[in-house]
Design a protein around this ligand. Structure first.
Ligand code: GAP
Length: 447
């Protein structure tokens, strides 16, 4: 089969990139506004058939690099519902607040520290119309059990991190790890954000990928540097261009209540540089707080020096949903191909929702049995889509928009020669491959 000619590339202008990503997300099934048939619900989002695959691949890529490929990090999956004792000890009940101001003219509410101009309301442009800032706690409070009263209040966790501190002794004992070692977790967190926005960048329900790395105190500085570099490189390895990624150390006045040093991995979003992940040197703050509050030993006995110490913690804390959005933004491209615009997501193969699409050239019964046989042979190895509607050109364009690296087309010649056409998403080159060689051919390119 003839290959399509090489495209002349025209990059999409940054200004309307967000709109394009939001539209593509809805149209192709990445992300939908939640409860849309009821008018939507306060910046919440649902991940559709394609988005759930992409988000899962982001989380799997993180887990692979943090847990699977290492022998010094183990994983957990801790409860989301948690007692106030945890958040009392961690400092969140007292400190996990944002400064809230109301505009006295239009009654809109804002986070003071996120306003471009703290004297002008961005909604109605009134000058000096804000109330005094008051500290608003971001945790969602609820009640565990049918009877309300003292001791029944519970919180939806605002970060996954505390699970790793509270389970420290259980993990240490059961895994037989010793510092330096880490505990990793991926899961939902909840924050009653004053101003959610920018699509899934800041939402009240989101997913985090966090790892607490417990180290001897005198090794904390070197491990902090190590994790800053490791985490920066993870995004580069998965296809974020260096021009859109930077590591930015926090100024002292930005540091969280627990941190003695933090650097953010920042991505160049359409609105400017913003945070994907924070790498924090938390010292022994958390283990000490929980040790004092619970009365349990959360330290480490070093048999070599015959002494106990409280490990210090280096924490790389990333947002899965926010990171998924950055991968989408970085992958989006528009190219001119034969006078038409081709929208394509150049997603890394590990992240692509579908790795392979199986496309019979026609819906006719003559091709369907062979096409389904090819599909069944690929499914154990790759996440596959199967699509037999519309003309083949439109189906290629749809797979380009989903970021599918390879399309496998079964045509009438396939019935005679037992071969199929494999089309590459990025180059649009096409190759004829014998069906018995297909799995190996694709595996060599996808892994
Ligand atoms: N345990 C430390 C911690 O939670 P954080 O900087 O507050 O640190 C870590 O959160 C990451 O979680 C952020 O870098 C961001 O990617 C993600 N994140 C935080 N709040 C979020 C929100 N409201 N919506 C989406 N992602 C959020």
């Amino acid at each position: 089969m003839a290959a399509d000619s090489e495209p002349e590339t025209d990059s999409a202008p940054e200004s309307d990139l967000m709109d394009k990503i939001v539209n593509l997300s809805k149209r192709r099934g990445f992300v939908f506004p939640s409860a849309e048939i009821y008018g939507g619900f306060r910046s919440t989002y649902d991940y559709g058939p394609i988005g759930v695959l992409l988000l899962r691949n982001v989380k799997d890529a993180w887990w692979r690099s943090m847990v699977q490929l290492r022998d010094d990090i183990v994983g957990i999956d801790a409860a989301i519902l948690s007692p106030s004792a945890i958040w009392q000890a961690s400092g969140h009940l007292e400190n996990f607040t944002d400064p809230l101001v109301d505009c006295k003219v239009c009654q809109e509410r804002f986070r003071l520290d996120k306003l471009d101009d703290p004297h002008t309301c961005p909604n109605c442009a009134a000058a000096d119309s804000f109330t005094e800032a008051r500290q608003f706690n971001l945790m969602f409070k609820t009640q565990a059990g049918p009877v309300s009263g003292a001791g029944t209040e519970a919180y939806l966790r605002p970060e996954t991190a505390q699970g790793m501190f509270v389970d420290f002794a259980n993990v240490l004992q059961s895994s037989r790890k010793k510092p330096p070692f880490g505990i990793a977790q991926v899961g939902k967190s909840f924050r009653n954000e004053i101003t959610p926005g920018n699509f899934v960048f800041r939402t009240r329900e989101f997913e985090q990928m966090e790892m607490e790395f417990f180290v001897p105190p005198d090794e904390a500085a070197q491990w902090y540097e190590y994790w800053c570099q490791e985490r920066y490189q993870w995004y580069i390895d998965l296809g974020i261009p260096e021009s859109k990624l930077r590591l930015r150390p926090h100024d002292d006045d930005e540091l969280s209540h627990y941190s003695s040093g933090t650097s953010d991995v920042e991505f160049l979003f359409p609105w400017g540089w913003d945070e994907l992940e924070g790498i924090a040197n938390r010292g022994d703050y958390d283990l000490t707080q929980h040790m004092n509050a619970s009365g349990e030993k959360l330290d480490y006995f070093d048999p070599v020096t015959n002494s106990r110490y409280t490990p210090h913690v280096i924490e790389p804390a990333a947002g899965a949903t926010r990171t998924m959005m950055a991968f989408l933004l970085a992958a989006y491209d528009e190219e001119e191909v034969k006078g038409e615009t081709r929208v394509v997501l150049h997603l890394h193969h590990r992240l692509a929702p579908y790795q392979v699409a199986v496309l019979p050239l026609s819906k006719k019964d003559t091709l369907t049995p062979l096409a389904r046989e090819v599909l069944r042979s690929l499914q154990p190895h790759f996440m596959c889509d199967y699509d037999e509607t519309q003309n083949i050109g439109k189906r290629y364009r749809r797979q380009d928009e989903l970021g599918t690296p390879y399309c496998v087309t079964i045509d009438f010649d396939s019935l005679d020669d037992g071969a199929v056409t494999v089309r590459d998403r990025d180059s649009m080159d096409q190759e004829r491959i014998a069906i018995p060689d297909l799995v190996d051919h694709l595996r060599a390119r996808l892994t």
